[in-house]
Design a protein around this ligand. Structure first.
Ligand code: NAG
Ligand code: NAG
Ligand code: NAG
Ligand code: NAG
Ligand code: NAG
Ligand code: NAG
Ligand code: NAG
Ligand code: NAG
Ligand code: NAG
Ligand code: ZN
Length: 897
């Protein structure tokens, strides 16, 4: 599955998977811990897991979605007929099968269960809490025998983004309906009765009944379509080739009037589906161009041919996740699959190729070889995220996307994994049962945790005990900080915790010691790797005299590094004289390590800030992005205090040379920089210079935006710069600019353009406009449900929006939680987004009150996020108390105030 934003991941496996074959994949699978289930006295239908006595072989499913509401009830519905054949493994008088929100006809029918000498039915009912259809029999089913359950049912085709659901869009003024699906993780049971656990694989024979003029798609290829008349209405009936044996969560069914593009790669038929307009405008071309090469890359990487005959990918106007790897029919948010050369940025393009690579990687790893239970999600997602970089790099070799792993992944996982509320990659099978807990598995850690080194480079010798290394990275949470004291030569390791006072309550069998590959550099020359195992460490001769030592070269290891003060000073001196001697990735990492070590009180905050001094000479993207990410924390904590002005002034001073550099290499903003990462850094230069009040930048942006408002048909702002320009212009503007942006959003036909406009509207500094905008998130006609979380989080991120957003969320929490439900809001990102600025005792109290108030209803998939928000707020309060004065002094000293 693709995350909502950027994706990625993990080196752990790559040590092994560099040598990959499916055999290796299968053995790796067994690394994950199996959970034992204790003695349970509750009735089987009250338990969250299937007993496992019955296993499905195949399903025959016919579904008929109505693309018009029922005139009586006003509901959109679908009707279904299903048959599932299952084998009995142990004698039982109970059939338990998942079913949620389906209404059955003829539940008492004697033909409900078929097979040789089936006992009569004693009773049937729906167990709502655990989402089962329960059938109690008069006698027992026989082991080794096969039986069938035949059902006829109706369900609602709701706009809830879960199960078989409906998505709407307007084309030429006409509202169109798409019936589409999101079964993952536990919504197949909302579409037809099924054994809805990932290990319960079966073959699916799908038939769809749909209006003439529409097209039906599913995992298998369409085989035949005939017309059928039901109640006087002529309809199409499309039957699909049987699927491979697969999990229920990978099923997909879609009815639309979409258009498509197609090509072939070897024997594989590739199709890209989207709204007719989007296809006409060429928005599917890029996806079509890269899919073939990426499939070819993975076939050779896995050394297994693509397991299916066709590869469909489809862009949906309403979609909860970033994308979903349904086998043979991958579904995407429009922003993630479609790319419009006229209006999309290079960042949109990177997102598209990376997410396509991620989803296609799952066609083998995840779909062919599947997790047994959801505790193994990390293996599935982590691996797909990691190889997505390899696939994207193959499709776009000039971009160096592999370097960006450090920024996009490593640093992000570090941020979460340094908290005590983190978790090990593996968890016990029986600790995850409820749908909310299953959703919670799809977090940053699962997607991104990286350990060990990735062996792009054959020099790295790997200790024999791969398992012993892996366990230490995978079965304990967190990661180490390696401390190098160049005055004594002692190298040691400790569990890195962002909040040093925090109490680690989770016992680790490895006592929070890791096996760490240390590769280092001295006098500009790279040294070999060696392995650090114990806490107190070894004595390596790292005494250096006048020169510096730098460890974790190119950040191939998953750890932070600290040094004695003398070495830090020597590193600064190198950065300030000739920064290019230090590898690019490490320049970015020095900044990130220093800021985080300071957060953990292992280094002074002033010293961390000094890593940004040399930036006035830096033009590369990675160090800048790393610094801006870290300074953003200062913004969040301090931009409503007296530190704001001197901080703005300092950052403006540092970014001005970068702004002038880009003005110069783009010939006064008329050309696009050649390098992919330069294009990114140009955006940093503009947005940072404007935000910190550089007049030349603000005038430039005002002029560009004014030109567009004067002539709305011709937007001359370069796509790469649009996010930055729109946001700056809305922030500096008033209601006229806001209204203009809103009306452009209404007219936008390209999803990525709409997304930029949508986020820019949250940049206003007018609280009334922001309040109005927040209200829009509860009206799907204004803001699609899939986008509500992003809008609310963006407003919270705005200096002018924090308070109102918190009020808004607390006021509407119940409504969002119950009415919208898990399929619509990403509650975990909502909680972490709206509390990001929390840094006062009052805010902590508000959060505690909120937790208390909603304790009974629970927080669903946001439970962990609430704990993390509490932990983070407490840490923030302490941080502000400890650092505010020091930071104020330092910014003042740097700007001569
Ligand atoms: C299921 O569908 C397959 C293929 O269409 C067909 O051969 C089989 O008879 C069907 N079985 C049942 C139980 O409906
Ligand atoms: C299912 O039955 C319930 C209760 O009668 C009803 O409220 C609901 O609308 C029905 N759903 C569908 C899709 O018919
Ligand atoms: C359905 O059949 C018609 C007539 O044979 C054909 O033109 C059309 O392409 C088919 N549609 C699909 C989706 O297979
Ligand atoms: C797709 O490939 C064609 C042929 O190489 C090329 O002309 C076109 O510009 C590409 N489209 C995109 C959006 O990359
Ligand atoms: C850790 O535990 C100690 C002793 O029980 C307690 O005083 C301290 O407040 C705890 N720290 C945190 C951050 O909860
Ligand atoms: C570090 O990565 C860069 C590419 O970003 C590469 O050119 C360089 O050779 C790498 N250095 C080492 C020591 O691996
Ligand atoms: C750069 O462009 C701006 C705005 O278009 C213009 O006012 C200025 O004169 C240009 N500067 C140079 C050196 O061409
Ligand atoms: C909002 O922006 C305007 C225009 O830049 C400025 O005059 C005003 O002071 C700002 N208001 C706040 C509350 O920051
Ligand atoms: C902006 O739009 C709102 C709602 O349509 C309208 O009431 C308001 O007058 C508009 N403001 C401006 C400055 O155009
Ligand atoms: Zn995935």
């Amino acid at each position: 599955m693709g995350e909502r934003c950027k994706v990625s991941w993990l080196y752990v496996l790559c040590v092994v998977l560099a040598l990959v074959s499916v055999a290796t994949i299968v053995t790796l699978w067994t690394i994950a811990i199996t959970g034992g289930r204790g003695v349970d006295v509750t009735a089987p239908w009250d338990r969250d897991r299937l007993p496992g006595y019955l296993v499905p072989e195949f399903y025959n499913i016919t579904l008929w979605p109505r693309l018009k509401p029922n005139p009586n009830s006003n509901l959109y519905i679908f009707t279904g007929w299903s048959a599932v054949q299952f084998e009995c493994l142990e004698a039982t008088d109970l059939i338990l099968i998942h079913s949620n929100k389906l209404n059955y006809t003829e539940m008492q029918d004697e033909h409900f269960v078929k097979g040789v000498s089936v006992p009569n039915i004693k009773s049937t009912w729906l167990q709502l809490q655990t989402q089962y259809l329960v059938i109690q029999l008069m006698g027992k089913l026989t082991p080794g025998q096969k039986y069938q359950l035949h059902a006829q049912f109706t369900g609602e085709l709701a706009d809830d983004l879960a199960g078989f659901y409906r998505s709407e869009y307007k084309e030429d003024g006409v509202t169109k309906i798409v019936a589409t699906s999101q079964m993952h993780p536990t919504n197949a049971r909302k579409t037809f009765p099924c054994f809805d656990e990932p290990a319960m694989k079966a073959v699916f024979h799908i038939t769809l009944i749909h209006p003439t003029g529409t097209i039906a798609l599913s995992n298998g290829m369409e085989m035949e379509n005939g017309t059928i008349t039901i109640d006087g209405e002529t309809l199409l009936q499309t039957t699909f080739e049987a699927t491979e044996k697969m999990s229920t969560y990978l099923l997909a069914i879609i009815v639309s009037d979409y258009a498509h593009l197609s090509t072939t790669q070897g024997n594989i038929q590739i199709r890209i589906w989207a709204r007719k307009k989007a296809i006409e405008e060429g928005q599917g071309n890029y996806a079509l161009n890269v899919t073939g090469p990426i499939l070819a890359f993975f076939q050779s990487y896995y050394n297994i041919s693509y397991p299916l005959r066709k590869s469909d990918q489809i862009a949906l106007p309403d979609f909860y996740f970033g994308a979903m790897e349904n086998w043979g029919l991958v579904t995407y948010r429009e922003t993630n699959l479609l790319y419009d050369p006229e209006t999309s940025s290079n960042s949109n393009k990177e997102t598209t190729v990376t997410i396509i690579a991620h989803e296609l990687a799952h066609m083998w790893f995840g779909n062919l070889v599947t997790l047994r239970w959801w505790n193994e999600v990390w293996l599935n997602e982590g691996f797909a995220s990691y190889v997505s970089y390899l696939g994207a790099d193959y499709a776009e070799p000039d971009w160096n996307v592999k370097d960006l792993i450090v920024l996009d992944d490593v640093q992000k996982v570090f941020a979460v994994d340094a908290l005590v509320s983190s978790h090990p990659l593996t968890s016990k099978e029986d600790s995850i049962n409820l749908p909310g807990q299953i959703m919670e598995q799809f977090d940053t850690i699962s997607y991104r945790k990286i350990s060990l080194s990735y062996l792009q480079d054959n020099n790295v010798s790997l200790p024999r005990q791969v398992d012993a290394i892996m366990n230490r990275w995978v079965r304990q949470m967190g990661f180490p900080v390696v401390t190098i004291d160049t005055s004594t030569g002692i190298v040691s390791q400790n569990h890195f915790l962002l909040v040093p006072e925090s109490n680690v309550t989770v016992e680790s069998p490895y006592k929070y010691e890791w096996m760490i590959p240390v590769r280092w550099m001295k006098d500009g020359a790279t040294k070999d790797i060696w392995w650090l195992l114990e806490k107190k460490g070894l004595n390596v001769d790292m005494r250096t005299g006048p020169s510096w030592v730098l460890a974790n070269i190119n950040v191939t290891g998953y750890y932070r590094v600290n040094y004695d003060l003398g070495n830090w000073e020597r590193l600064f001196s190198q950065l300030n004289t000739d920064h290019q001697v230090i590898p690019l990735i490490n320049r970015a990492q020095l900044v990130d390590d220093a800021f985080n070590l300071a957060r953990a009180q292992l280094l002074s905050t002033t010293l961390a800030l000094r890593t940004t001094s040399y930036l006035s000479k830096e033009t590369e993207y990675m160090p800048w992005q790393s610094a801006l990410n870290n300074l953003n924390y200062f913004n969040l904590m301090l931009d409503q205090t007296e530190v704001y002005e001197p901080m703005q002034e300092y950052i403006r001073k540092q970014v001005t040379p970068l702004f002038l550099y880009f003005r110069s290499i783009t010939s006064n903003w008329t050309k696009v920089p050649e390098k992919h990462t330069d294009q990114y850094n140009q955006v940093n230069a503009l947005s940072t210079a404007c935000r910190t009040g550089l007049p030349e930048c603000q005038n430039l942006i005002r002029m560009w935006f004014r030109q567009w408002m004067d002539d709305p048909e011709h937007n001359l702002i370069h796509p790469n710069l649009r996010s930055a320009v729109y946001c700056s212009a809305v922030a500096a503007g008033g209601e006229a600019e806001w209204n203009f942006t809103w009306s452009q959003l209404q007219d936008a036909t390209v999803a990525s353009e709409a997304n930029k406009l949508m986020l820019a509207l949250a940049c206003s500094n007018n609280t009334q406009l922001l309040e109005r905008y927040l209200e829009f998130t509860l009206d799907p006609a204004k803001i699609r449900k899939q986008d509500a979380t992003a809008v609310i989080t963006a407003v919270a991120n705005n200096r002018a929006g924090q308070n109102l957003t918190w009020q808004f969320v607390t006021k509407n929490w119940e409504h969002m939680f119950t009415e919208y439900g898990v399929g619509s809001f990403s509650f975990a990102s909502l909680i972490s987004g709206v509390t990001a600025r929390f840094s006062t005792p009052q805010e902590l109290q508000q959060l505690l009150d909120f937790e208390e108030e909603h304790k009974d209803a629970g927080f669903g998939s946001a439970a962990l996020a609430v704990d993390q928000a509490l932990e983070r707020t407490q840490a923030n309060i302490k941080w502000v108390q400890r650092n505010k004065q020091e930071v104020l002094q330092w910014f003042r000293s740097q700007t001569g105030n």
